[in-house]
Design a binder for this molecule. Structure first.
Ligand code: DON
Length: 323
């Protein structure tokens, strides 16, 4: 007689992991030399509910660098610490429709389009650097660790690799300085940006970070507050419109939840008041989004009715049916 019962959600996570295991399209990022060492076959899918239940399949404990998925967190931190009004003086909330590393600013005020493209994220890093000075990195790590629910560290090899080769980001920070968006120390702001991108996480960490956003800024397992509620709203709004770069419109249409990707292969999606979804698979599509990650999220959103405009999306209703 069968005595153990596998949770319905675990079966679903196992099934999407198995379904996309053979999807081998896409290329591992090589423009940061250290990232090219990733194993292209690594694949993790993890779902964490807003009340702290975790369902994982595949390589969910393999560390990788957070890269651009750090951007929504630093944006929220800046709003928490400096206020929305001040932050929006320096960075907009408009999708650019262009690649993550595009060198362009908004006409009229010279602000970067939004905090999810590099120019915007570097501007946010400059604000945090000016605020925290020599404590900026440790402060950032502390706040990211609260989101993950465990102490996080920086991958020194990736950080140094990016610092050595990040000429385009260096050009962006100097352009920002030329327009008076970045003031003090351009190199220090850039350095903070490179360090934030090099924070090591696992797919499991990322699902819990997403679940913390879904749980109004409170970590669902530790119960610690990680971000103020108004900042969470701002973060999710910008993720919804700008989180997947020049694929953001298609993502909103197809998947319909706020999300963020990173070039190391992570994707994080947030279903407000319900759950966090994280995937890790280093092969990227032409937009710089994880190829498998996009498909897994679209599939989960369709199977669970997660799209924000799906008529079946009834708040946390579906979770209550699977206690
Ligand atoms: O600025 C960079 O090049 C990286 N540190 C972060 C870029 C990133 O993850 C863009 N993602 N798709």
């Amino acid at each position: 007689m069968e005595t153990t019962h596998t949770h319905e959600m675990q079966l679903l996570v196992n099934s999407v992991h198995a379904k996309y295991q053979s999807l081998s399209e896409g290329e591992v990022a090589t423009y940061i030399p250290e990232l090219s060492k990733a194993n292209p076959d690594d694949f993790g899918v993890c779902l964490a509910t807003s009340d702290g239940r975790v369902f994982a399949a595949g390589d969910c404990d393999r560390p990788f660098t957070i890269q651009s998925i750090s951007k929504p967190f630093t944006f929220g931190m800046a709003i928490d610490e400096l206020g929305q009004e001040k932050v929006l003086q320096y960075v907009g909330v408009e999708p650019s429709g262009d690649a993550f590393n595009s060198i362009e600013l908004q006409g009229g005020n010279n602000r970067p389009f939004n905090p999810m493209v590099n120019a915007g994220a570097i501007t946010v890093a400059a604000l945090l650097q000016a605020q925290h000075g020599k404590h900026a990195v440790s402060h950032l790590l502390d706040r990211f660790s609260t989101f993950a629910g465990r102490p996080l560290t920086i991958d020194q090899a990736v950080y140094e690799s990016e610092r050595r080769t990040g000429h385009r980001n260096r050009a962006i920070v100097h352009l920002l300085m030329n327009f008076g968006i970045v003031h003090d120390d351009a190199e220090a702001a850039l350095d903070l940006y490179f360090q934030q991108c090099s924070i090591l996480i696992t797919t499991r960490d990322l699902a819990l970070m997403a679940a913390t956003l879904s749980n109004m800024g409170i970590h669902p397992v530790t119960g610690k507050p990680a971000m103020n509620l108004p900042s969470v709203k701002d973060v999710l709004s910008v993720m919804f419109t700008c989180g997947m770069y020049d694929y953001s419109g298609q993502w909103a249409y197809r998947v319909g939840v706020p999300a963020k990707s990173g070039v190391a292969g992570g994707v994080m999606a947030v279903v407000n008041r319900q759950l966090g979804i994280a995937t890790y698979s280093p092969r990227l599509d032409r937009f710089g989004n994880s190829r498998r990650g996009v498909e897994v999220c679209a599939d989960l959103a369709s199977q669970l009715g997660l799209h924000v405009f799906d008529c079946l999306n009834v708040g946390s209703g579906f979770l209550n049916t699977m206690l």
